[in-house]
Write a protein that binds this ligand. Structure first.
Ligand SMILES: [Zn+2]
Length: 135
């Protein structure tokens, strides 16, 4: 099951939507011509602490407009996924996915004007039993 949305609580997702960390050091432009694709939560050891709702975008669909120097990289377990966060305010912005390295996941809560608490019916991925850990 995948959940896609073109607006949240009346706020339309722009084809090029701005995303900001909390302190505003990191400013990212996301190419979202089809809105928010594959919205999900995840219960892996990182996501359960982070608590963010993520959506997907292709690798070339993210442009860091400002604050590249503030982005910190965090990796764990197989060190496949690359999790980025603002080194100043600590907010997770995006990550290169392990289950699909041709995509980034990004923090829906960073989208300008979007209140993630208004999003309902988000499926939770089984990150404890990650597909990349099977077999
Ligand atoms: Zn910040």
């Amino acid at each position: 099951m995948s959940v896609n949305l073109k607006e949240i609580d009346g706020v339309k997702i722009q084809p090029k939507h701005l995303a900001l960390c909390h302190c505003g050091s990191v400013k990212i432009e996301l190419d979202l011509p089809d809105g928010l694709i594959d919205l999900r939560r995840c219960d892996c050891s990182l996501c359960r602490r982070r608590g963010a709702i993520a959506a997907s975008v292709s690798l070339d669909g993210i442009t860091v407009l400002e604050g590249q120097e503030h982005l910190k990289l965090y990796q764990f377990n197989t060190n496949t996924a690359k999790h980025y966060f603002c080194g100043n305010c600590g907010v997770y912005t995006h990550h290169q996915r392990r289950s699909n390295p041709t995509q980034y996941g990004f923090n829906v809560a960073c989208l300008e004007g979007i209140n993630p608490l208004k999003v309902e019916g988000i499926p939770t991925y089984d990150g404890v039993n990650h597909p990349a850990d099977q077999g």
